[in-house]
Design a binder for this molecule. Structure first.
Ligand code: F6R
Length: 364
């Protein structure tokens, strides 16, 4: 069932262009250039606060979604880890929407948070990959991802499909709230439709990533840096590396580095910088220079423009296609997944069944 692939995780990484396209098909109408959501029987324009709850990689999708809901629809979004949310007496206002993100639809903490919100009268929306799951059954609004079964314990294709659904949902909110014109909506649809080809272009760099993985594999600690909607990708990259290669890794918002983690930097700590060219690029480059000045070894992941400007002096560079900022979090997921994958292969760990981890965490 793995076909030509060595591991399910690898196969699932390579399926992303197909499954993201498949997922987008149920949320977009390409010819009309409109977002199309399942029948929603509550008034979106009345929703003035969204609470998003999830765990692990699904939580990082929530972090990206917060940027989108707030910037497109100007709706304030609270996000929380399910394990924290359920015990912190969250403030839920009447008429609020609670959104749960889960690949399995069975994660115990997320499900408990869902039931708490339901009891508090919130409208319950879920983004889930398993359509027969408990969360899918208990939702008022079911927003499925069509990633297909995810076997590798480390989540990959479910994450990019979650992002695809969340981008469409945020645009839908913006339209309903009168914050997005038909032309802006059409452009969002066009950009989302570019995602599958851009994911393919990112996957084309698999061999380059495999070739540089031996530079990262001996490290004891690795730092990932990103900004804005790509900051959660730094967290996701660090999580993937920890999970399957057992190397200690941390993700940081680029600008936070000088507030502490820079103390860790020396020639033994690879620093993976996620930086698509664009308005925030210069800021990230100056953070990179701070790392370089302390002997840190940088792996810059950027597009041709970014690499031309700042690639010199890096230990390695990974080229990504130049994409619209909206789809950058989907596209930059690929190199961090592949880097973790190839580093784990160098180390010879059990990629699909990492120690101590279960695919679905159904106990608290
Ligand atoms: C990371 C990973 C976990 C899950 C988390 C939530 O690679 O697999 O962090 O993302 O356990 O699981 P779901 O999405 O099934 O609720």
């Amino acid at each position: 069932e793995k076909g030509n692939f060595h591991h399910f995780m690898q196969k699932e990484i390579f399926e992303q262009p197909t499954v993201v396209a498949q997922t987008l098909r149920s949320y977009l109408r390409p010819l009309e250039r409109k977002v199309a959501l399942p029948q929603i029987d509550f008034d979106i324009s009345a929703v003035d606060r969204i609470t998003i709850v999830a765990c692990g990689t699904s939580y990082y999708a929530a972090m990206v979604a917060k940027y989108w809901f707030e910037s497109f629809a100007r709706v304030p979004v609270d996000i929380d880890f399910a394990s924290e949310f359920r015990y912190r007496e969250p403030i839920l206002t009447k008429g609020g929407l609670a959104l749960f993100i889960s690949q399995s639809g069975e994660t115990a903490d997320t499900l408990a948070a869902l039931r708490h919100c339901k009891a508090e009268g919130q409208t319950i929306a879920v983004v889930v990959n398993v359509p027969t799951s408990t969360m899918a059954r208990e939702a008022d609004l079911l927003l499925p991802t069509h990633a297909g079964p995810e076997i590798g314990v480390a989540s990959t294709k479910a994450f990019t499909c979650q992002l695809a659904v969340l981008a469409a949902l945020a645009a839908h909110f913006a339209v309903k709230k009168g914050r997005m014109s038909a032309e802006e909506e059409a452009q969002i649809v066009d950009h989302l439709l570019e995602a599958p080809a851009a994911l393919n272009a990112a996957l084309d760099h698999d061999e380059d990533i495999k070739a540089m993985a031996p530079l990262v594999a001996p490290a004891r600690d690795v730092l990932y840096l990103g900004r804005g909607p790509d900051f959660p990708l730094a967290l996701e990259g660090a999580l993937k590396l920890k999970e399957i290669s057992y190397i200690h890794a941390e993700g940081y918002a680029s600008g936070e580095m000088k507030h502490g983690p820079i103390a860790l930097i020396d020639e033994h700590v690879p620093v993976i910088v996620l930086a698509p060219s664009g308005p925030l690029f210069e800021k990230t480059v100056s953070n990179m220079q701070e790392v370089a000045a302390r002997g840190g070894r940088i792996v810059l992941i950027s597009d041709a423009e970014g690499l031309a400007e700042a690639g010199e002096g890096c230990m390695a560079t990974i080229e990504m296609p130049k994409v619209h900022p909206l789809i950058a979090p989907l596209v930059y997921a690929v190199p961090v997944q592949l880097l973790a994958y190839h580093v784990a292969c160098v180390k010879g760990t059990d990629v699909d069944q990492p120690r101590n981890l279960a695919k679905s965490v159904t106990v608290e």
